[in-house]
Ligand binder design. Sequence first.
Ligand SMILES: [Zn+2]
Length: 322
Amino acid sequence: MAKKYRERGLLEFQREFFTEEACVQHLREMRWPNGFRCSRCNHTEAWFIRTRNILDCKSCRAKISLTTGTIFHKTRTPLIKWYWLIYHMAMAKVGVSISEMQRILEIRDYKTAWLMAHKVRKAMADRDAGYSLAGLVEMDESFFGPKGSKKGRGSERKSTVLCAVSLYRDRKGEERPGFAHMRVVDNASAKTIENFLERLGYGHMNQERKNLLKAIRTDGWRSYGKAIKGQNLSHYKVVLQDPKAAGRLLPWVHRVISNAKAVIRGSHRGVSEKHLQSYLSEICYRFNRRFWERELFDRLIKACVSTETMTYSQLVKTKKLL
Ligand SMILES: [Zn+2]
C-alpha cells in the first residue's frame, strides 16, 4: 500500500519548492488529487488563470479559486513564502520565531507574518480536534502566566490549562504517552472538566472514536471525581503527599506541561492569555507527531489545505474554547 504521507528532508523540500509555480502546482494536486472536478457541473477540464490562481471551468465557466477552503484563501503573500513558513513550523522542535521568519522570507510586515503563523496553528488545532482521548488518560491542570503572579486553583492572574495525555503499553508492557491535549479553561471545576472530557472523549464528534476513553488517572482533586460521575470510567487517584512528587506520579502529563512552559518562555517570550490556546495547540500538534519527523511537512500542508482560513479580526476576537 502506498504511504499516505510523503517523507521529505530539507534538501528535497528545497529542490521541490524552489519556485512559486511549483507551490501552485503542488497545491492544485492537493486540492484535486484525482484531477480537477468542477464543483458546479462536475466537468473535469478547466483553464488555469495563473495571475489570479483561478480555475475557469471549460463547460459552465464557473471560476473556482485554487485556495478556497484552505488557510491560503485570499492571501496576498506568494505561496512560496507560505510553504517555507509551513516547512519551518513543521520542523522546528520548539516553534519558530515569527520576527525571524518575517525577515528571512521578506514578508512585508510583522502583523502579516504573525497572522500567517496563527492560521497554520489553526490548521494544527483543527487536525488534532479529530483525535479523541482513549484508554487510560493521565490528567492534571496547570497555571500558565508571568513569573511571580498568583498560583493555585481559582487564581486570577494565571491562565488555567487542563492537560490530558492518553497512555498505551508498548511491547515490553511499559506505559507510553500517546496523544496529548491541552485546553485553556476558566477554572478547574467539575463542570469544566466534564466539558473537556465530553468534547475530547466519550462525546467526541468522530463517531468511530467515541467511548474509547476507559479510565483517568489524576491527583484526586475532587472536581475530577464529580466530573466523571455517571460515566463508565475508572478513576485512579495518585496520592500526592508532597506536591513535588507529581512529576513522578503523573509523569507524562507533567512532562507535556513542563515542555509547553519551556517552549512558551523560550521561543515565544511568553504569550498573552488570548493567544495561549493557539500556542498550546501547536505544541500538542508537534508532540502528537513526534515519531513522524520526515512526514511532518506533508502532514502539515495537508492540514492547511483542509482548513478554512480566518481573518485578522476573527483571530483577535477568538474566545477560549471552553
Ligand atoms: Zn463547471
